[in-house]
Ligand binder design. Structure first.
Ligand SMILES: [Cu+2]
Length: 226
């Protein structure tokens, strides 16, 4: 077959994938560029932002994250590492969820509960994060099971704003779906069938903003060490 029809076939099979992009906070750099790969742990082979002025100022109570996504569904993780030259993104800001649909996906106030719980456990509050540099790592695992990575570098800022609603809304058909125990529902043949069979569908971003369990405690430890 000709090259063109070969490309068409690959596209139909979903083998030519656009992966995903962090639109906000600004990602480290273009992970689609030559020499980089979103399959590369931990940050797609993109180096940390060196100029502190280029890090996004992000609220100490959790800020907005906007992604451009391209897979029908992807298990999604939002992790945080506090400090610079982060090698361990050991703070889970949200409970992992199934991000469905493609287009724009936005979490307005990401990790608020996890950050608050983690700081409180160590007797700290949001003020202790003010001015701290950190990095966000977002992982998507799509149908093949391969993990895709992208990172964004931030500086926590107590006066930074969330994205306004008109810059943080999901495209039609895009949402986050909570992951439920397989035994508690009928498993269908597709993610959509699984969803309609009983997973909790979020009407907006809020449903996936639950505290991330024990890992939340790591926030306070990480801040305390700085
Ligand atoms: Cu892809």
């Amino acid at each position: 077959m000709g090259f063109k029809s070969f490309v068409t076939l690959l596209t139909l099979l979903g083998l030519v994938s656009a992966h995903f992009q962090i639109e906000y906070p600004y990602w480290r750099g273009d992970s689609f560029a030559a020499g980089r790969s979103q399959w590369t742990f931990p940050c797609a082979g993109v180096n940390e932002t060196t100029d502190i002025k280029n890090r996004t100022q992000w609220p100490t109570t959790g800020g907005s994250i906007r992604l451009h996504v391209s897979h029908p569904w992807a298990l999604t993780y939002v992790n945080l590492g506090i400090g610079t030259n982060v090698s361990s993104f050991n703070i889970s800001l949200v409970t992992q969820f199934n991000q469905t649909g493609n287009g724009t996906f936005c979490l307005k106030e990401t990790g608020k509960a996890a950050l608050a719980a983690g700081l409180a456990k160590s007797g700290l509050d949001a003020k202790s994060l003010d001015g701290k540099q950190a990095s966000l790592q977002i992982i998507q695992i799509a149908s093949t099971g391969a993990s895709l990575f992208n990172c964004a570098d931030i500086t926590f800022n107590a006066t930074a704003a969330l994205l306004p609603d008109n810059e943080c809304s999901n495209s039609t058909g895009v949402s986050g779906v909570g992951i439920v125990n397989a035994g508690s529902q009928t498993i269908g043949g597709s993610p959509n069938a699984t969803t309609s069979a009983g997973a909790t569908k979020s009407s907006g971003a809020a449903a996936v903003l639950k505290p991330a369990g024990l890992l939340a405690a790591v926030v306070g430890v990480a801040v305390g060490m700085m």
